[in-house]
Write a protein that binds this ligand. Structure first.
Ligand SMILES: Nc1nc(=O)n([C@H]2C[C@H](O)[C@@H](COP(=O)(O)O)O2)cc1CO
Ligand SMILES: [Zn+2]
Length: 191
């Protein structure tokens, strides 16, 4: 659509030639927004190989819990291993709390029953148990890159039996950039 003119007949656009008189169409849709919140939260993770975020949403599209993978509260993350290989006790695996667990534990309401969870990676079997027991009804994930592993097969088995739905989220926008400087952008002077 052409840019509308203001009363002086001047076009109202910003520096990127966006129409400043018409409702934005490229705003984040809800599910992309919740998945983005999960991905942003993952940026808090200190895991050197895989940063995972999760975001729990109620049926009013309100976010009620956010989490990322990290060591348990009070367990200093410099005193626990972050490696993936070696003796099990010397790896991160026995210690790290998964993003889904943290999102559920961080809930800001009494119950997440009936909620949806948005998570970067498909939940493992342990998180599937937590999801089921907390009453979460639907999982949206970005990747199931470990889908052939036994713990993922077990996870799907549990979710299926419990009637928890799951689906891969295909975002409308593949990349979202946060530009802190954009807020300083100046628009043309009002007439
Ligand atoms: N759904 C998940 N939520 C998570 O928070 N994680 C975390 C656990 C580890 O901290 C990390 C996986 O590490 P790695 O095996 O890719 O180096 O991601 C992993 C999965 C996948 O099962
Ligand atoms: Zn897990």
């Amino acid at each position: 659509m052409a840019n509308a003119n203001n009363s002086n007949g001047q076009e109202q656009t910003n520096g990127n030639n966006k129409d400043l008189n018409t409702k934005r169409e490229d705003y984040l849709e809800w599910k992309d927004y919740f998945m983005s919140v999960a991905f942003l939260s993952a940026q808090r993770s200190k895991d050197p190989s895989t940063q995972v975020g999760a975001c729990i949403v109620n049926d009013e599209n309100k976010i009620v819990g956010i989490g990322y993978n990290g060591m348990p509260n009070g367990c200093h993350d410099d005193e626990l291993p972050w490696s993936r290989t070696g003796d099990w006790l010397d790896t991160k695996y026995p210690y790290v709390c998964h993003a889904e667990m943290n999102a559920i534990m961080n809930k800001n309401c009494s119950s997440v029953s009936g909620c949806r969870i948005f998570v970067a990676l498909f939940p493992c079997n342990e998180c599937a148990k937590l999801i089921i027991q907390s009453g979460i009804k639907e999982v949206f994930y970005m990747s199931d890159k470990h889908k052939d592993r036994d713990y993922m097969i077990a996870s799907r088995k549990l979710l299926d039996l419990a009637g928890v739905k799951y689906q891969q989220h295909i975002p409308k926008q593949r990349k979202i950039v946060i530009d802190f400087d954009s807020i300083n952008e100046r628009h043309p002077k009002k007439p």
